[in-house]
Every structure is written in C-alpha cells, then in structure tokens.
Design a protein around this ligand. Structure first.
Ligand code: GRG
Length: 294
C-alpha cells in the first residue's frame, strides 16, 4: 500500500463545512453554537473525504461533491451527538471535548442533532443541486436517506441497544457494524460515484470497496476502545466493556481482530481492480483506516 490520508481533501472538506454552515437568526444562537461545537471539533472527516476521493478516482474535480460530502459530515455529527446522550451511551467525552449535552444541556443537544440532520438535506437540495442534475440528485437523496433510516444507521443502533449486556453471535455483531457504521460509509462512496457520473460497474466496485472498508474501520474502532489512548481517540475508552457490548476483540481477541481488519482491507482493494479507476487515493484511505490510532 502506498500514500496515506488525503489531507488536501480533508482541508477542502473543512473549509467547505465553514462555508456551508447555515446562518441563522440570533435568537437561535444557542442551538447554532451547539451544532458548531460538535461539527467543528476535531474529527477525521472520513466520510466526506471518502466521497471526494471517489470523485477524484473517477478523474473528476472533487469540488463537485463538496455539498454532499459536507452533508454526510453533518449527519455523522448528529449521530455522534445523539449516540452520546444519557438515554443512549451516556458518554462525557467526544472529539477530545465534553459531549454536546454536557456543554449545552440535553434539550439543546437533541435539537442540535435534529437540525444537523435536516440541514444535511437542505445542503444537498440547494448546493449540490448546482452541480448535479435532478435525476441524479434524487439518487443521492435516496442513498443518504436510506443509509440513515431504519434500514441503515438507526437500524444498527436499535440492534446495538437491544444487544447490550448479552452475548451476540458474529452475524449479529456484523449486522450492527454494517448498519451503524457501514451504511453511512457506503453511502459516502456511492454518492461520490453518482455525483462523479460513474459507470454502473464503477458504482459496484466502489460500493464493494466501501463495504469492506467500513468493516475494517469499525473493527479498528473496537480495537482502539481496548488499546487506544484517550488523547489520540478523543473519547472515553473501555466503554464497550463497561457497557457490556459485544465487539470484535471481545469475541476473538485483538490479534485475530487485526487479521480480520487486514482481510477486509485486502477485499476492499481487490474490489477496485479492473474498474478503470485512479485508485491511489482510495488505497491511501484504506491504508489509513487500517493503521489509524485515532
Ligand atoms: C435517532 C436516537 C437516534 C440516534 C441516531 C446515534 C445513531 C442514530 C447512530 C449511531 C451512529 C454511531 C455513533 C456510530 C458509531 C460510528 C463510529 C465508528 C463513530 C466514530 O466515527 P469516527 O471515528 O469519528 O469517524 P470522528 O470524530 O473522527 O469523525
């Protein structure tokens, strides 16, 4: 594997998050501040970077996907805010800062998450519409809505909550990971492909790539909960054990989990071959997902 994390794409995404953040009435400053607090806290921007990387792999200018890329980061941030709430994971540290509800109160944190979710769709409908024709824009909206609904991220969260405190089999663990984390990562790649006008076989290739990449990403997330450092990861560690959650390392140990993540990464790279993509940047992302310490 060559390359590394595409920091230029990350920078592009971060500048655009600032630009696309909704301007609001001063009466809404509290909720707007809560949205900014969580959105502009240091994150990897993995989902927007993936969407932009797919566009680049298609030989197009990644800037044509900036609105949908930022919309995905709005949604990811909403999911982190809600996941941390007392009623769900009850976490106190996120992205190296006290969680949104600790800083702004539960009421504001809930509404900040809701607003980020809705504003993601506003962003696609207003800004992405400048680059993408209506039929393809509808495809993008379908991807994002499906990936985040009951058949996607929320579905994964529901099974995760239902499984807390009980031993679950590997198939259930993979269901949780594929839905809770995988669906949004898959949608990021597919939205990049749609906006970048990929051929159907290229859409298939980046979809398979993203599915394997998402699994590797989540296995490493599980491993970091056991072996990571709070300074690097930016959240309280050991929460999976505390919350009696089934995880890859809990099921098969750290070493075998690493092999599983490596195998998923190999599959991700294999999925790209023969699709006529400039895959270097996607290789770099997969390498990062596997080796990351944060
Ligand atoms: C409707 C109540 C309600 C909840 C919404 C909370 C939720 C649905 C879904 C949970 C999504 C979730 C928190 C998944 C975990 C995914 C994950 C690995 C998060 C960490 O992502 P990173 O590592 O973090 O990309 P940064 O901070 O770098 O962006």
């Amino acid at each position: 594997l060559t390359g590394g994390y595409p920091n230029s794409l990350k920078q592009l995404a971060e500048e655009s998050l600032e630009r696309f953040f909704p301007q609001t009435d001063p009466r809404l400053s509290r909720v707007s501040d809560a949205m900014k607090y969580s959105l502009f806290a240091p994150g990897k921007r993995f989902r927007p970077v993936l969407a932009l990387a797919v566009v680049e792999a298609l030989g197009k200018d990644p800037r044509i996907a900036l609105p949908v890329a930022c919309a995905l980061e709005f949604i990811h941030t909403y999911s982190l805010i809600h996941d941390d709430l007392p009623a769900i994971d009850n976490d106190d540290l996120r992205r190296g800062r006290p969680t949104c509800h600790l800083k702004f109160g539960e009421d504001t944190a809930i509404l900040a998450g809701d607003a980020l979710y809705a504003e993601a769709f506003v962003l696609i409908l207003t800004e992405q519409a400048k680059y993408t024709s209506p039929p393809m824009l509808i495809e993008v909206l379908k991807e994002v809505a499906t990936a985040t609904g009951i058949k996607g991220m929320v579905g994964g969260q529901v099974v995760d909550i239902a499984s807390t405190g009980r031993a679950v089999d590997l198939a259930t663990l993979e269901f949780i990971h594929n839905h809770k984390t995988g669906c949004l990562i898959r949608a990021a790649a597919r939205c990049g492909a749609i906006v970048g006008e990929a051929e159907p076989e290229q859409v298939e290739a980046v979809t398979r790539y993203a599915e394997h990449l998402g699994l590797a990403f989540q296995i490493i997330d599980d491993i970091l909960d056991v072996t990571g450092s709070v300074e690097m990861v930016g959240k309280t560690l050991g929460r999976d054990v505390d919350n009696r959650k089934t995880t890859f390392p809990g099921k098969m140990g750290v070493e075998r989990s690493r092999s599983e993540a490596q195998a998923a990464t190999d599959q991700a790279l294999k999925a790209l071959s023969g699709a006529g993509l400039n895959a270097d940047v996607l290789f770099g992302l997969a390498d990062f997902a596997l080796r990351r310490a944060s």
